[in-house]
Design a binder for this molecule. Structure first.
Ligand SMILES: [Zn+2]
Length: 370
């Protein structure tokens, strides 16, 4: 009898763990070995990053780096399935590392508790074979796109908005994200104000993980150069072919001076504006006679919970201003501070003073004793 070879790629426990993968002819021992040798950078541990990182860790991707400077918030738990109530207030990246390591102690998980920025991005991208964009804003995606273009690294994009989602794999042979979106659309609400069906990031994140695993084991990736558009209400899936823009500022001959500022945060709220007031200031001002508190959210939002004062939805604000005493200052609030800032600008343009609660009801709920 020959002596068994102890110098194997997999330990006995790994071989057992991954047996359902190895049985697939499209993966096999070779593919599972490729996964073990792979290094994946997951940018963002939110709604998309949670399913992506869970599936890649479970699948045995040997090295996973999770980058996220955010902390776990109670409003995340509706969709961010890595986290539980005990982790509220803790680093998302560190919490993700704990959960992923508990799921699969055979792999190496690195937590970077920072947002991706122009300083840390080049080295993080260079150390990975595949980058997965699990962020929620255009400036982060432009940064990932440009660094990946420079380093010829493939990356998998996904975006979600209310009930719709998009997913694609960009590589140096395909067009890039800037070919698809040369400038960021201005009508995209942020994750606080627009809302999202909790299961939608699960669907899109699982699609990203699906394309990632096929890419890493060398199988064809149908979303390379194609954009999948998902509508979770209709439950429709459409694949659209993407073409390269020869004038693209990232992968074509366009000049770089139109590029956006690089991001500091993954989920920015509104810019701080002179009309913005903090929760503390709001609490003082609302008691003054010359201030009127105005909820500019929808009827359904107002009925669900409100801070008192008047209710004038943003959609009918312009026509309602005639009935307002123009000697007063309108103290507007909404869910995240975006709509109320829009409202404050509109009110000012009608010659009435106005201020907006920075961070909205979300900030108020965090700071006020419940
Ligand atoms: Zn391009």
């Amino acid at each position: 009898m020959e002596e068994s070879n102890t110098d194997t790629l997999f330990s006995a426990s790994e071989w057992l763990r991954y047996s359902r993968h190895v049985q697939l002819p499209q993966v096999g021992a070779k593919g599972q070995g490729d996964l073990k040798k792979s290094k994946v950078l997951i940018v963002g541990a939110g709604g998309l990053g949670c399913p992506v990182s869970l599936y890649l860790a479970a699948a045995g991707v040997g090295s996973i780096t999770v980058v996220d400077g955010d902390i776990v918030d109670v409003t995340n738990l509706q969709r961010q399935i890595l986290f539980n109530t005990q982790q509220i207030g803790k680093s998302k990246a560190e919490s993700a590392k704990q959960v992923l390591t508990a799921l699969n102690p055979e792999i190496k998980v690195t937590a970077i508790a920072e947002y991706l920025n122009d300083k840390n991005a080049p080295a993080l991208v260079a150390s990975a074979d595949l980058i997965i964009d699990c962020t929620d804003n255009f400036s982060a995606r432009y940064l990932i796109n440009d660094v990946c273009q420079q380093q010829k690294k493939p990356w998998i994009f996904a975006a979600i908005h209310q009930f719709s989602g998009q997913c694609s794999l960009f590589s140096s042979e395909t067009g890039c994200f800037r070919c698809l979106f040369p400038v960021a659309p201005s009508d995209m609400g942020d994750c606080n104000s627009a809302g999202v069906l909790g299961v939608l990031p699960g669907m899109l994140g699982t699609l990203q993980a699906n394309e990632a695993l096929k890419y890493l084991v060398g199988q064809p990736v149908p979303l390379r150069g194609n954009l999948l558009v998902v509508d979770a209400l209709e439950l429709s899936f459409k694949k659209i072919g993407l073409s390269k823009d020869p004038e693209c500022v990232s992968c074509g001959s366009g000049t770089a001076d139109t590029r956006d500022q690089l991001p500091e945060k993954v989920c920015p709220n509104e810019q701080i504006d002179s009309r913005a007031v903090t929760v503390e200031q709001f609490e003082i001002l609302k008691k003054r006679d010359n201030y009127i508190v105005v909820d500019v959210r929808t009827d359904a939002e107002h009925q669900a919970f409100n801070l008192g004062g008047r209710h004038i939805p943003l959609t009918i604000l312009a026509e309602s201003l005639a009935s307002i005493d123009s000697e007063k200052t309108l103290l507007c609030y909404c869910q995240s501070g975006l709509r109320s800032l829009q409202a404050a600008k509109l009110i000012e343009s009608a010659g009435i003073k106005s201020q907006s609660l920075y961070g909205g009801l979300a900030a108020w709920l965090k700071q006020m004793p419940l």
